[in-house]
Design a binder for this molecule. Structure first.
Ligand code: NAP
Length: 323
């Protein structure tokens, strides 16, 4: 039987296995996109301050609530702490600002977006501030903001009722092992780039063995990164053109995109595909409610290339975060 939710520790909250991703959604049509996503059945919205569209995302959520399509408690809203707010005194104001933009009283999941303490940029100076501290110069400046202090401030947000769960994104095993030595509330979730070309098997297995849920981002591999100008994404075979993926899709009379999502779900890894198109939104939701034979999971397991597309070293930032 297909599991449609993951039970999170320690809250016991049920997180939908499929959510809707909000990266690169234009603020001008963001509200309509999110409204449509909820209308076709998405119940998890994956947002972030750094996607620069949270006001629109919030309008879409509230339109759906106001029209009675869902109640707030039916939705699972995830958002992320941007890297310029890691100092303990900046964590709560950052989430309060995001809640104001989203038009919500609380979120269901608040993730530390990257293990990267960027120099603080005051909210009143520039919001959202992006990767660089100075608008004119693309230079990365770090802050003295240790993760154990940042995490302590994240835990206080749960106690204050501003988020129901806390977790991390783009963290590796070393960082998580360190966190588990001091966390009073251990991370409920790790969100990382995961797709057939970047499978991170040991990371996923170890994290799940700790009772920490895993969400895959960019499940379609290079697909999302062609539009960012990524040379890596343009030079590799598109995932949906891969013969193994296409053959498996044909076997089940499914689309290659559904095979990519189903492969994650078979590992009990949640997914958050993004689409601006209502038919593709629906198609992606239909990755639920079917099974892929073990031999097909194994065949996709052979496609791993360790190929990361969301890599700030090869992107403009030139930051070796994953090395
Ligand atoms: N934590 C992090 O650091 C991080 C980083 C990256 C992403 N994320 C999260 O993960 C979400 C998903 O990742 P993503 O946005 O990078 O990419 P994705 O969901 O893997 O792929 C999106 C791309 O695939 C296309 N697409 C969607 N459904 C399709 C289908 N059924 N058939 C063919 N093409 C399809 C979309 O185009 P159309 O819109 O035209 O359909 C878009 O170009 C993000 O939106 C964000 O919420 C998190």
């Amino acid at each position: 039987m297909t599991v449609e939710y993951i039970s999170l520790q320690p809250s016991g909250d049920k997180m939908p296995l499929i959510g809707f991703g909000c990266w690169k959604i234009d603020p001008n049509d963001g509200a309509e996109t999110i409204y449509n996503a909820i209308k076709v059945g998405y119940r998890l919205i994956d947002s972030a301050s750094n996607y620069k569209n949270e006001k629109a995302i919030g309008r879409g959520i509230n339109m759906a609530i106001d029209e009675g399509i869902v109640k707030r408690e039916d939705l699972f809203v995830t958002t992320k702490l941007w890297s310029t707010y890691h100092k303990k005194e900046h964590v709560r104001p950052a989430l309060e600002k995001q809640l104001e933009e989203l038009g919500l009283d609380y979120v269901d999941m608040f993730l530390v977006h990257f293990p990267l303490p960027l120099k603080h940029v005051p909210i009143e100076e520039r919001y959202p501030p992006g990767w660089y501290q100075n608008n004119d110069e693309p230079v990365i400046t770090l802050d003295r903001a240790p993760m154990h202090e940042c995490w302590g401030a994240m835990e206080k947000l749960v106690e204050a009722g501003l988020t129901r769960n806390i977790g991390v994104s783009n963290f590796n095993v070393q960082l998580l092992m360190d966190m588990l030595t001091y966390a009073n509330i251990k991370p409920s979730l790790l969100q990382v780039e995961l797709h057939p070309y970047l499978q991170q098997e040991h990371l996923v297995n170890w994290v799940q063995s700790q009772g920490i849920a895993v969400t895959a981002y960019s499940s379609f591999g290079p697909t999302s990164f062609v539009s960012t100008g990524s040379k890596r994404a343009k030079s590799v075979e598109p995932l949906f053109e891969n013969p193994t993926v296409k053959d498996i899709a044909a076997k089940y009379n499914r689309a290659p995109s559904q095979v990519a999502l189903r492969w994650s779900l078979e590992r009990n890894v949640a997914v958050v595909p993004k689409s601006l198109n209502v038919d593709r939104m629906k198609m992606n939701l239909e990755a639920l409610n079917w099974k892929m034979d073990e031999e097909d999971v194994q065949a996709i397991n052979q496609l791993d290339m360790g190929l990361r597309f969301n890599d700030p070293m090869v992107n403009a930032q030139k930051l070796p975060l994953f090395y």
